[in-house]
Design a protein around this ligand. Structure first.
Ligand code: PEP
Ligand code: CO
Length: 447
């Protein structure tokens, strides 16, 4: 293969990268980022890779989730705690229901850059750049504040570090001890059809935890020391390249900005800048694949990104939309399976199911999200393949961004608490209900 270095992508055509007007300032920021300590280290990355390899074989299950776009203003104890809590609780429910351990991967501590369909937009009669994520520009609709600002990359590093530091402290301090019922705010689910079943499951989970404790304490081993990994879209290549480090013992380059990075559906072109960057790092790499994916090109991409055919290196995250799973994913599955390229399959049931309300709000319906998950499980099973994970946009807060679910959120309810800066997320109750429903599917009990 040709020469690679963390900045070799600069010679390739790039999509969705901001243009910084002040090149000297950009270089200054880049040089400072290059000196900062890594946020994650190779030992953790390798551990995640082997967990992903196991998920590919159906031995465990990847739960990846978090905000569409993290916001700097949410770098506070309450918001971080809620995000961690929802992922931990979902993972406990799925583990209990499916008897498979769950690998938790947050879209957190770095999910600050967004690809957008339109580069510019009009607000209050003024043209300005679209919002590209807090690492690039401000959400505030002011043309000056929408100019890409390289300082925001330093802020992204700082906020990521603060978030990850708090997550690590919470986990080592015993926050993962989930057997206090008052931590499970399930009251909001009492309208769900299956509410009695959920309550029953929850009391069994708490009972099982008590049982383990009483026979000698599985707590230290199992409940207090959960693994938690970080991930984000590796979109902003200036930032990612500046945080790429070389491990001289292992002789690998790795991204130190998160354990896992993914390539978006819009930036996975062969020969493009993003693929060039990703082919050089040792981290596990997600690839989002939408309905436009060409199966043969995808196999060529797998060969570029994983020439050593390492298991656990690639997570293929399909996001076809509920009604296109069969038509679009079948040929891809077939081609990838016959290519013998090792991949772990996941499904993002969010990005193919976007709708707009009459009030021009972007939203998604709970039933479509669940529908895509069911279709995807069914298809994998029918082709003797294994769906090893799911990828959600969700939050632990009580927002009103997605329709449906136990509380049956309607489009007229969306204004109550529509907070996202980008795509709509499942709220706490919707996420919990999703976890109960998924665990049955993971366990193959029903489709
Ligand atoms: C995302 O995950 O926020 C995203 C933009 O997804 P995709 O690349 O699948 O459109
Ligand atoms: Co999104």
């Amino acid at each position: 293969m040709n020469h690679w270095d963390p900045f070799s992508w600069k010679a390739k055509p790039a999509k969705h990268l901001p243009h910084y007007a002040n090149a000297a300032h950009l270089e200054e920021v880049r040089n400072e980022l290059m000196l900062l300590p890594p946020l994650v280290v190779p030992g953790e990355i390798i551990r995640l890779k082997s967990a992903i390899a196991e998920a590919g074989m159906g031995k465990n299950f990847i739960l990846q989730g978090g905000d569409c776009a993290e916001r700097f203003i949410d770098c506070n104890s309450h918001a971080i705690l809620n995000k961690l809590k929802i992922l931990l609780q979902m993972s406990v429910i799925i583990t209990y229901g499916s008897r498979r351990s769950v690998v938790r991967v947050g879209r957190i501590a770095g999910q600050y850059a967004k690809p957008r369909s339109n580069n510019v937009e009009i607000q209050d009669g003024k043209e300005m750049f679209s919002y590209f994520g807090d690492a690039v520009n401000s959400f505030h609709p002011d043309p000056a504040l929408r100019e890409p600002d390289a300082n925001r990359m330093q802020m992204a590093y700082t906020y990521s570090a603060a978030t990850l530091n708090y997550i690590r402290s919470l986990i080592s301090g015993g926050f993962a001890d989930l057997h206090y019922p008052h931590h499970w705010d399930l009251y909001s689910m009492d309208k769900a059809k299956s509410w009695p079943k959920y309550q029953e499951t929850l009391s069994r989970i708490l009972d099982a935890i008590d049982f383990f404790e009483s026979i000698g304490g599985a707590r230290g081993e199992i409940l207090d020391k959960v693994d938690f990994f970080t991930s984000h879209e590796g979109l902003l290549l200036e930032y990612e390249a500046a945080l790429t480090r070389f491990d001289s013992d292992l002789k690998i380059f790795y991204s130190s900005s998160a354990h896992m990075l993914w390539i978006g559906d819009r930036t996975r072109q062969l020969g493009g800048a993003h693929v060039e960057f990703f082919r050089g790092i040792a981290n596990p790499v997600g690839i989002k694949i939408g309905p436009s994916t060409d199966p043969k090109e995808l196999v060529a991409l797998l060969r570029v990104l994983n020439p050593e055919k390492e298991k656990g290196k690639i997570v293929l995250i399909s996001r076809m939309g509920r009604s296109f799973v069969k038509e679009k994913l079948s040929p891809i599955l077939e081609t990838v399976m016959t290519s013998f390229e090792p991949v772990t399959w996941s499904c993002d049931p969010m990005h193919g199911n976007m709708i707009k309300t009459d009030q021009n709000r972007k939203t998604r319906h709970f039933d479509d999200i669940l529908g895509e998950i069911k279709e995807t499980f069914l298809l994998h099973r029918s082709m003797s393949s294994c769906l090893g994970g799911l990828h959600f946009e969700l939050t632990g807060d009580d927002v009103t961004e997605c329709l449906g679910g136990a509380a049956d959120i309607k489009d007229t309810d969306l204004e109550q608490n529509y907070e996202t800066y980008c795509d709509p997320r499942l709220n706490y109750t919707q996420s919990m209900e999703m976890a109960f429903l998924i665990s049955d599917l993971v366990n193959r009990r029903q489709v």
